[in-house]
Design a protein around this ligand. Structure first.
Ligand code: ZN
Ligand code: ZN
Length: 241
């Protein structure tokens, strides 16, 4: 199998009605990785695989809209039905600090930082610190000559090109429209598109839109800069690269 990325949730900052915040299931021949654990993503994950099938968890930063479902996972696998083999978790400092004491027995913590590189099964993963509040790590995953980049949250002082050029698939945050540019350490859809174009991204997926943002307007603002091969992330959608 090539690399397969499934959207478990894509709302920015809080979940909209029946929505879920940032979370993705990344699968290859050898591994299944839960990438970001925003609210709602643990539920959606279990519609695809059982929790015990996961080989690793990666959390990009400590904000609740990217990490809060980790608590449920920890309780499920440390208290309710303890797993025999703890699962590796990779995250920057701050992630997990607020977990209920005694509930993280199911996790083996690995702290990762800017420019770190790790291997998980047949996937090579590189991290890059973005322009956001707490330490936040974007990542690039390479597999059999194909590359996937996830921006996590970032302001405009970080670019997808920090993780190299000619990226096959990029899921980039696009929190708001151009009328709000500069109001937070996030990107508009237009800014995400400019960043992706400069990095030679082939396929761009806009994610982390606030539930108040019209996805069609975000798409139009992105297409004006990037071209046609851009879409807005939808829950349960699959990308094969
Ligand atoms: Zn966020
Ligand atoms: Zn954030």
């Amino acid at each position: 199998m090539t690399m397969n990325v499934t959207i478990l949730g894509s709302n920015g900052s809080y979940p909209g009605p029946s929505g879920a915040c940032s979370g993705f299931l990344v699968q290859s021949n050898q591994v299944k990785i839960w990438l970001d654990a925003g609210p709602g993503t643990l539920s959606n994950l279990q519609n695809l695989i059982s929790m015990s099938e996961l080989n690793a968890i990666i959390i990009s930063h400590k904000h609740a809209d990217h990490s809060s479902d980790l608590q449920g996972f920890a309780v499920a696998n440390s208290v309710v039905d303890p797993i025999e083999e703890p699962i590796a978790i990779y995250a920057p400092d701050g992630v997990g600090d607020d977990l209920e004491p005694g509930t993280d027995k199911c996790l083996i913590w690995n702290r990762v930082h800017d420019n770190d590189q790790i291997e998980i099964g047949d996937l090579s993963i590189k991290f890059s610190r973005t322009d956001h509040g707490p330490e936040t790590l974007a990542l690039r995953i390479d597999h059999e000559g194909k590359s996937f980049v996830y921006s996590s949250d970032t302001g405009p002082n970080w670019s997808l090109s920090k993780l190299g050029f000619g990226i096959d698939l990029a899921i980039c945050e696009a929190t708001y429209l151009k009328d709000k540019e500069g109001q937070g350490r996030h990107l508009s859809a237009r800014q995400a598109a400019i960043s992706a174009k400069q990095a030679g991204v082939r396929q761009l997926v806009l994610s982390h839109l606030w539930p108040t943002v019209d996805p069609n307007v975000a798409l139009e603002e992105a297409k004006a800069e990037f071209g046609q091969n851009v879409s807005v992330a939808k829950m349960k959608e699959n990308y094969h690269i």
